[in-house]
Design a protein. Structure first.
Length: 764
């Protein structure tokens, strides 16, 4: 039976008049969050067939983020027979009140019905995965999962391999190995290469800690320092000398850009921080490479080819943390060159948005990428209004999925420029359409950013240009009801880069009869046997008023409902009375309300709490849940929290069952439910090699939770033996300074260190 551990049809409801009136709404209240969870719960149950859900599927709420005008986006992870499903996430979008469903979407294309018995061992999958990385540092314990990002779901081992590529760049590669055949199905990398007194923006004010540390006191997680990860400190609050080679100066640029990007996300796009839940990430300067990259947990910035400038211009910093925004929206980073190109384009778009918001005369807004850093002596590295100027494709084609990711950013970059500025903007570069269609008048970069951010909030895997077109049209229709102007610009821009119309995509007809529906209040609590009321209000959003018949969906046992009146005209209101009986089931009961109009239907959800209200509670998890390191090294992961009931509460983080020689630290160590923290596991060279299960604890004001992390520690100095490696009889390795000869061919696993298994290894 379909299960929801918390709480594609398109049930479209317009945003309320209040939400339309302001560009950025207040964050959802606790009631709004509860409403959204109950509404999403109801929508998933109602749309299980469209979501291709099997009886063994379970959906668990993993994140809730706010968007433009208070819209809420809830992401649910799918499991099949207890196994995580890659590509099976479901995104439910609601209005600001959480009562009206805007859209329900999933990237999964086929219903899962496979055996969960693996023929390939975890050890063999680890060996296969590690071969994908040139220089391996750690291999996490393989996790059995279902890979459903293609048309044929398959049982697979997901293996995280960290290390470096053949060119020496950092990598955190997620490899999916078919659990039946042993072949690699798919892979994706958390590390996203970017452009490979301030220097760029003059004398500026940056937020630093009162102790004169380059850590932002107002924006959680934002800091800057060297490659060791520690923020720079000094005895005064004056930073940098304005030199292109000075690393403290580079941090001035990096912090300024990160802080402007954060402010832009809040003021323009309704997003709280890079991760959407009030969290940001540090920058590290001084990378000894002609490169900059995002590694999933921080941005790292090197220098240009002349080694005369650090790569910390506003658009480059905005680009790298834009990868973080892509990662921390539903669907994650994704795999393949098409999704990779769209990820690169996302970085470029957020770089342009950051420049536009800052509007700094020393680095004025434009749609060129990296022009200030002069990476290799030839100016910008990408051109958004004319990607072809740098030999990148202006238009989408079937070649894009096989195009190098930085070049594959071209079509979406071109689309964004057409949406924001059009084909012949005043005072800005002209841009052409691939289809030779009519001229486009842009809607402005802020509105274009609103559409793009809302599109990302509905992202599902696999992410494609075709799916982005559908999601962006839905976003434009939701954000700007009553007019087709913005919708048509978004549509014409996709046509203009050769991303053609998709089956079932939204349409917009100017002047068509339409209305919105809202509930006040959207939820209520009663004891069994009592009744409650709410007002159902309708507003004409376009065209003429139409007749509307009101009805409810299936009601809980012992519950009845009536409308007074049951038929209204758009613009009028009705009172809904809900009566319960002594036998009515206690707990949360979402009640679907349909406004059946003569021309269009709208739906809302009233969340009825019968009996005692749910206490404040939250979910607590760590990602990844395991790591392998050599003694003396460190590993890190992210602990995530999500409000599941009531209000957000303060949470103190700690660790227990920590072995001697290992320290565990959290940054920050106290968070509010809905936020995340980075946990670091540091080992000494003297720690005993083994696999340890460490408990991570969340001590909340009204609820406590814990989860476990598996840390495998190998030998320190003088160790060549590694886990998940195929060894042959007679082969020699060293382990903590001692040499061992292999007695039997085998594949090593955590815990099979040479001193522990004399049947496999003999000291030499």
């Amino acid at each position: 039976m379909l299960a929801l551990a918390l709480t594609t049809s398109s049930l479209v409801g317009a945003t309320s008049a209040t939400a339309q009136a302001s560009q950025v709404a207040d964050p959802p209240s606790p009631d709004d969050r509860r409403n959204a969870i109950a509404t999403a719960h109801s929508a998933i149950l109602a749309d299980s067939a469209a979501l291709l859900a099997s009886e063994q599927d379970t959906f668990t709420l993993t994140s809730t983020v706010g968007g433009v005008r208070g819209l809420q986006y809830l992401t649910y992870a799918r499991t099949y027979a207890g196994l995580p499903v890659y590509g099976g996430d479901v995104v439910v979008a609601t209005d600001a009140s959480g009562a009206v469903v805007d859209n329900v979407a999933t990237g999964q294309r086929t219903k899962i019905g496979i055996s969960t018995k693996a023929k390939v061992t975890a050890a063999a999958a680890g060996v296969t995965a590690r071969a994908k990385v040139a220089r391996v540092e750690t291999v996490a314990t393989p996790v059995l999962s279902v890979h459903a990002a293609t048309t044929t779901p398959r049982l697979a081992w997901e293996v995280l391999v960290t290390g470096a590529t053949a060119t020496g760049h950092e990598t955190k590669l997620h490899v999916y190995v078919d659990a039946l055949t042993g072949k690699v199905i798919d892979s994706w990398d958390e590390v996203r290469d970017g452009t490979g007194n301030s220097y760029y923006v003059g004398t500026v004010t940056i937020d630093t800690s009162p102790s004169y540390t380059m850590r932002d006191p107002r924006r959680s997680g934002v800091a800057c320092g060297g490659q060791n990860g520690s923020p720079y400190t000094k005895t005064t609050d004056t930073w940098g000398n304005g030199s292109g080679t000075n690393l403290e100066t580079a941090c001035v640029d990096a912090l300024y850009a990160a802080q402007r990007e954060w402010d832009m996300l809040s003021a323009w796009l309704g997003r709280s921080g890079i991760n959407g839940q009030g969290g940001g990430y540090p920058a590290r300067v001084g990378l000894a490479d002609v490169n900059a990259y995002w590694n999933g947990q921080y941005g790292s910035f090197g220098h240009n080819s002349a080694n005369s400038q650090q790569l910390t211009s506003m658009d480059v910093v905005g680009h790298e943390f834009g990868h973080g925004i892509f990662q921390f929206t539903s669907g994650g980073s994704g795999s393949g060159n098409e999704a990779g190109g769209m990820n690169e384009s996302t970085g470029d778009i957020f770089g342009a948005l950051t420049e536009a918001y800052a509007n700094n005369p020393n680095d004025p807004p434009d749609y060129l990428v990296g022009e200030e850093v002069n990476l290799s002596g030839s100016g910008p590295i990408r051109n958004m209004y004319n990607p072809g100027a740098l030999s990148h494709p202006n238009c989408y084609s079937t070649a894009i999925p096989n195009t190098e990711v930085h070049a594959a950013a071209g079509p979406q970059n071109h689309w964004f420029y057409l949406v924001a500025e059009g084909t012949n903007p005043s005072g800005k570069p002209a841009s052409t359409r691939c289809d030779n269609g009519a001229a486009i008048t842009g809607i402005g970069i802020r509105k274009a950013g609103e559409v793009f951010m809302s599109t990302l909030n509905s992202k599902t895997q696999p992410w494609t240009h075709a799916k982005a077109r559908v999601a962006s049209l839905q976003a434009a229709k939701t954000l700007y009801p009553g007019s087709c102007t913005e919708f048509n610009v978004v549509k014409n821009a996709w046509d203009g880069v050769s991303v053609r119309a998709q089956s079932g995509e939204p349409t917009c007809t100017q002047g068509s009869n339409d209305f919105s529906v809202t509930l006040n209040p959207a939820s209520g609590s009663v004891t069994p046997g009592q009744s409650t009321t709410t007002t159902v209000s309708t507003t004409v959003t376009s065209g003429s008023a139409q007749s509307i018949t009101l009805r409810t969906g299936t009601l809980p046992a012992g519950v009845t409902a009536s409308f007074s009146p049951a038929t209204i005209t758009a613009g009028q209101s009705s009172t809904l009375t809900i009566n319960t009986s002594a036998s009515s089931p206690q707990g949360g009961n979402p009640i679907a309300i349909t406004a059946d109009g003569a021309d269009v239907d709208r739906q809302a959800t009233y969340n009825l709490q019968i009996g005692q209200s749910s206490p404040n509670d939250y979910a607590f998890a760590v990602t990844p849940s395991s790591a392998s390191v050599q003694a003396g090294q460190s590993a890190s992961a992210t602990v995530n929290t999500q409000v599941t009931a009531g209000q957000a509460q303060s949470i103190a983080l700690s660790a227990s069952n920590v072995p001697s020689g290992v320290t565990v630290s959290f940054s920050p160590s106290t968070i509010t439910a809905g936020q995340s923290s980075t946990v670091t596991f540091a080992t000494t060279s003297g720690v005993t090699p083994s696999t340890y299960t460490i408990s991570l604890n969340a001590d909340g004001a009204s609820a406590d939770h814990s989860t476990s992390f598996s840390l495998t520690v190998g030998g320190g100095q003088g160790t060549t033996w590694q886990t998940y490696t195929a060894y042959t009889a007679g082969q020699t390795v060293t382990y903590q300074g001692t040499s061992y000869r292999c007695l039997q061919s085998h594949t090593s696993l955590p815990g099979w260190e040479p001193p522990n298994v004399p049947a496999l290894w003999q000291p030499v």
